[in-house]
Design a binder for this molecule. Structure first.
Ligand code: ZN
Ligand code: ZN
Length: 101
């Protein structure tokens, strides 16, 4: 009988005869590109690889931003999102004149 060991890439599940090949395969997948479109106000994100595509994701993020604008909550909510996300999302609007008084 013959016994053969295979090493499986944990990402794409291809089988390789050496662990080195399997690791190489896995490493290649780590650079997988993902694109997301985020609403700059509430930080909600849409994956550009979903069924709506990159344009659709951008439209959804823009629509979300517009809705915040319509509700007049853009600055306040952006500031909250900015602090809650540690500065990775949202936007910091400096306090306006009347708030500084
Ligand atoms: Zn692989
Ligand atoms: Zn939003």
């Amino acid at each position: 009988m013959k016994k053969q060991t295979y090493y499986q890439c944990p990402v794409c599940h291809s089988s390789w005869t050496t662990i080195g090949e399997a690791i190489n395969c896995r490493n290649r997948h780590q650079a997988k590109i993902e694109k997301w479109c985020y609403c700059e106000v509430c930080g909600q994100g849409w994956n550009a690889h979903a069924h709506w595509g990159e344009k659709g994701a951008a439209d959804l993020a823009r629509k979300c931003e517009q809705e915040h604008k319509d509700k007049g909550e853009t600055e306040e909510l952006s500031r909250v999102t900015f602090f809650l996300s540690g500065g990775t999302k949202g936007r910091y609007y400096p306090l306006k004149g009347e708030e500084r008084k």
